[in-house]
Design a protein around this ligand. Structure first.
Ligand SMILES: [Zn+2]
Ligand SMILES: [Zn+2]
Length: 487
């Protein structure tokens, strides 16, 4: 390894391998010294008990006990010798010589019991230090390994409240709610678990169950998701009345009720989002549009999905920014602060926003109702969004983002006659329809995303199910498309 490379230092030649070993040893030594200095200065004290080898650990008590027991035991023997010597001296039983012998025996025991201390302590300190070093290096390897695994998989936490990228969440002990600010595998507090000051066991790694603890954001101190997962944003973009909020409800419900169970992928909802998610399912099953307040809260509605074989789940941040906000970028916050993690976009198009299409339906006597008055065309919506995003965040993260272009409301009578599209169509025919009415938009979309696929759907469905629930049509195609893209 690294043959042919070396340096001469202090009259000795050091090969590349030797230099590497020396370098690693030096780094490890530095880290151990930093750890020791942290302990001495009391920095980063978490409310947990230190492990055996640490300052407040049991080694000190054990050492004190060993020393004091040994010395005390020996001194009590010496005491017996002195007592006997004094008795013999006074009574003159075996002559003075016996008494003097016993006195010196006592003295020898006394002196050796004190001489034992350095004789015992010096090797003890040496062995202790070696074990301490090995233990620290082992802990460091575990810590770095755990960190590297999370890093390589792209696992980290995003605060759903202040959109801060959280590198070190604060975890709360389940027993006493004490805050552990640096919950990592460490030599000081323990590798897989640590003992909280309250006596409770606190897991330090994802494999030992860290996600069972409550986590908070160190910046805004609000609750964050504690499971280790790969964050990805899935954004529903569309003009007002395009039906994108409706589609998000369909997407969430069908994903959990049908598509994921069918694919045998695991999924879970964090306690943080449980209430909102339940409300969405409830509204869906009752056939009622989801309340604006449930969706308006743009932050953090998450679903964790895990395909068999994935090491970590993906945490999908569902995000439905209010349609009219695309011209005012600050209204896009905080959801779009995640835009760096934007992986999936659903661009919802209201076909009736095209004058020609609307006219064709009116000619056929179809009442499009009051909901169909989109003030912005899809093209204007997308251009406004792009401008706002670029102004605030720079270019769209094109490389990583795929887009489902969804033509909604395909259940209306005469839809096929006017558009040439059938509900559930995917790909070419949908793209051809858009090309015809909004060629510029197709160009823009394909330029800004890695991949675009086109769908004709009905988010609201033509009719209700047997219990009055919504029966959206074509939406499962969109879900399947994204799941296929996830790998
Ligand atoms: Zn925060
Ligand atoms: Zn505790």
């Amino acid at each position: 390894m690294m043959e042919g490379f070396g340096i001469v230092f202090g009259g000795r030649y050091y090969s590349g391998t030797e230099m590497l070993v020396i370098g690693i040893a030096f780094i490890l030594l530095c880290i151990v010294l930093i750890v020791i200095s942290e302990i001495i200065t009391g920095k980063h004290k978490d409310p947990a008990r230190e492990t055996y080898f640490y300052w407040r650990g049991d080694w000190w008590m054990n050492l004190k006990a060993v020393c004091s027991d040994t010395v005390k035991g020996n001194l009590s023997y010496a005491d017996k010798f002195f007592g006997l010597a004094s008795y013999i001296w006074k009574k003159n039983v075996f002559g003075k010589l016996g008494a003097i012998f016993l006195f010196f025996s006592g003295l020898t025991v006394t002196l050796t019991s004190f001489a034992f201390l350095p004789l015992f302590l010096v090797p003890f300190v040496c062995v202790f230090f070696v074990i301490f070093m090995i233990y620290n290096v082992l802990a460091l390897i575990v810590n770095m390994g755990a960190w590297l695994i999370l890093k390589l998989h792209g696992v980290f936490a995003l605060c759903p409240h202040c959109s801060h990228r959280v590198t070190m969440p604060v975890y709360k002990c389940n027993g006493c709610l004490a805050e552990h600010k640096r919950l990592l595998p460490t030599a000081r507090y323990g590798l897989l678990y640590r003992t909280c000051d309250c006596g409770g066991t606190v897991p330090t790694m994802w494999i030992s169950g860290k996600h069972k603890l409550k986590a908070i954001c160190p910046k805004c101190r609000e609750g964050i998701h504690s499971k280790s997962a790969i964050p990805m944003t899935i954004a529903f973009i569309g003009g007002r009345s395009s039906g994108k909020t409706f589609l998000m409800m369909d997407f969430l419900c069908l994903l959990q009720q049908k598509v994921l169970p069918r694919r045998k992928w695991k999924f879970s909802v964090d306690a943080l989002d449980d209430d909102r998610m339940k409300k969405i399912h409830e509204r869906f099953s009752m056939g009622k549009a989801v309340q604006a307040t449930t969706m308006d809260d743009v932050v953090g509605l998450c679903l964790e999905v895990k395909k068999p074989g994935w090491a970590f789940p993906k945490r999908l941040y569902f995000y439905d920014p209010p349609g009219e906000s695309f011209t005012e970028v600050d209204k896009l916050r905080p959801g779009f602060d995640y835009y760096e993690y934007l992986r999936y976009v659903i661009f919802v198009i209201d076909p009736f926003s095209y004058d020609e299409v609307r006219r064709q339906f009116q000619v056929r006597g179809v009442n499009l109702g009051s909901a169909m008055v989109s003030t912005m065309t899809a093209n204007d919506t997308f251009t406004a969004l792009l401008n706002a995003m670029e102004e605030k965040y720079g270019k769209m993260p094109k490389k990583a983002t795929v887009c489902a272009v969804v033509i909604n409301k395909a259940d209306v009578d005469y839809f096929k006659d006017v558009t040439g599209l059938v509900l559930g169509d995917i790909g070419k025919p949908c793209r051809a329809f858009l090309e015809q009415h909004d060629g510029n938009l197709v160009g823009l979309l394909e330029e800004n995303f890695t991949k675009c696929e086109y769908f004709a759907i009905s988010a609201q469905g033509r009719k209700r199910g047997p219990s009055g629930e919504y029966v959206p049509e074509g939406v499962e195609n969109v879900i399947e498309f994204f799941l296929n893209e996830m790998g």
